[in-house]
Design a protein around this ligand. Structure first.
Ligand SMILES: [Zn+2]
Length: 292
């Protein structure tokens, strides 16, 4: 992937903490004498199977053409007929919001595939593995929104990301409705429990459990309605007993119901009392990028 130097302004090491995309490399091996051309390598952290096919500017952000393996066989949602996939593509491209790159929104662009049933002619969408049905953003953008909500209101997050507050709330509802499981092989040494507070009128509280074992890559493990002991336990109980024993530290709001729940469930873990530390740093980094 190569494009002109105007597309970027050098390497920003300070982006690394808020940049969930992993490493940005700039390859300085442009031919000598052609100072205006540089080769840029963006190492994207992609879900398994997803490939980048191209790059273009998209509005004020970045557009990445993507593709992913399509099924060989399909079962018709309407008549139940199972057959080899008869795949067709929508002619107009679809742009799906993904994480920010260099403080600017990025989009995954593709032509939506669908399967046409040979028996009843019904067209059914083949939903990409990186997003849910009827949404215009990736799963990991949803997670990014959730983490951005720690210590922020839906309105602030919406403004920062250039989406509506309704979209933020819809993402939270989608995440709450999801049946989550934690990979029982996963080794988790550091956990964060945070409360989100949404909707001014009918207050909605949500508990977020995050794997902070790799501080540069926080991973949401659980999302539960409420901010009480039951909500905390519901999150912690997604871990096996063995996993709970492996947790060494937890970062929680000391004024909440979380410390007691952690003391009971995470018997080898000690509380780290830097409440809001991670969340605040995270949001500050995002704000700093926005202001640039
Ligand atoms: Zn059919």
């Amino acid at each position: 992937m190569a494009f002109g130097q105007a597309a970027f302004r050098g390497y920003h090491p300070d982006l690394a903490s808020g940049d969930l995309w992993g490493v940005i490399l700039i390859n300085p091996s442009a031919p000598t004498g052609i100072a205006t051309v540089a080769s840029v390598t963006i190492e994207l952290d992609l879900p398994p199977g997803v490939e980048i096919t191209g790059y273009e500017r998209h509005q004020d952000g970045h557009g990445f053409g993507v593709r992913w393996p399509l099924p060989e066989r399909c079962r018709c949602e309407r008549c139940g007929h199972e057959d080899r996939a008869h795949i067709e593509f929508k002619t107009s491209p679809q742009a799906i919001r993904d994480l920010d790159v260099w403080g600017q929104p990025s989009f995954w662009i593709y032509q939506a595939p669908f399967h046409r049933c040979a028996r009843c002619d019904y067209r059914q969408h083949l939903i990409p593995p990186f997003k849910r049905k009827d949404t215009a953003y990736t799963y990991r953008f949803e997670q990014f929104v959730l983490r951005s909500l720690i210590g922020s209101t839906a309105e602030d997050v919406a403004r920062r990301l250039g989406i509506s507050a309704e979209t933020v709330e819809r993402i939270v509802e989608n995440q709450l409705a999801e049946e989550r499981q934690v990979d029982l092989q996963r080794v988790i040494t550091d956990i964060g429990l945070d409360e989100l507070s949404l909707k001014k009128r009918h207050r909605l509280y949500v508990t977020l459990m995050t794997d902070l074992s790799d501080p540069a890559r926080p991973q949401i493990l659980a999302v539960a309605r409420g901010k009480d002991t039951a909500a905390a336990q519901k999150c912690l109980d997604l871990l096996s007993e063995e996993q709970r024993q492996q947790v060494r530290t937890h970062r929680v709001d000391m004024g909440s119901a979380y410390p007691a729940a952690c003391a009971e469930r995470l018997t080898n873990s000690r509380a780290v009392t830097d409440r809001f530390h991670v969340a605040k740093k995270f949001n500050e980094a995002v704000d700093a990028l926005r202001k640039k």
